[in-house]
Design a protein. Structure first.
Length: 193
């Protein structure tokens, strides 16, 4: 059960990290992209737009193939969005990267919640998962300013990429939420450890 909670928490935190990772470096990003400081907020809007759009389709994907599987796919999409923002070092490239990352965060939040429900099945575990998404944002607020001196404008994207990458490496070793193709059973939660 602890491994399942840890996996769910890590998935939520990695997704949540991307929601708050630009704020601590907003002035550095504005200088790099040569835009007004307020324009950096549109990069978060880009992420939230696709995050919102993916909630229901993401839930359907998770129902069809499993939460752990789609959690892995979601974090790969988040990582791809951050790589895109690094490879296209202008404002439009950052917007595109954040737009892509939002697809991943939208799926990841649903996948993490379902993963914890399917493997642990308690309200307490769901609460821990919910806190992890917000905690991931708090982690970004602590880590990004420390990374800015060495990474400059790249700090939000590199640290988000590292965060997603670490969780991506660990998730395949987390307990399965169900066998591939198995439908979720709404009548009872399964427990595994």
């Amino acid at each position: 059960m602890r491994r399942a909670i840890a996996a769910g928490v890590a998935l939520g935190a990695a997704a949540g990290y991307n929601i708050a990772n630009l704020g601590p470096a907003a002035d550095v990003l504005a200088d790099h992209y040569d835009v007004r400081l307020g324009a950096i907020g549109f990069l978060t809007t880009a992420l939230f737009f696709t995050h919102l759009v993916m909630q229901i389709p993401g839930g359907r994907l998770v129902d069809k193939r499993g939460a752990r599987t789609w959690g892995i796919v979601a974090l790969a999409i988040v990582a791809a969005g951050n790589v895109l923002a690094l490879l296209l070092p202008w404002f439009a490239g950052a917007f595109a990267g954040r737009f892509v990352a939002g697809f991943g965060t939208g799926i990841a939040f649903v996948a993490g919640s379902e993963y914890v429900r399917a493997t642990v099945g308690t309200a307490g575990a769901q609460g821990i998962y919910g806190a992890s998404g917000v905690g991931g944002g708090g982690l970004a607020l602590a880590v990004v300013p420390l990374a800015v001196p060495g990474l400059d404008w790249r700090a939000p994207y590199v640290t988000a990429l590292v965060c997603a990458g670490l969780v991506l490496l660990a998730l395949p070793f987390a307990p399965r939420d169900r066998r591939p193709g198995e439908r979720p059973r709404p009548d009872r939660a399964r427990r595994s450890g």
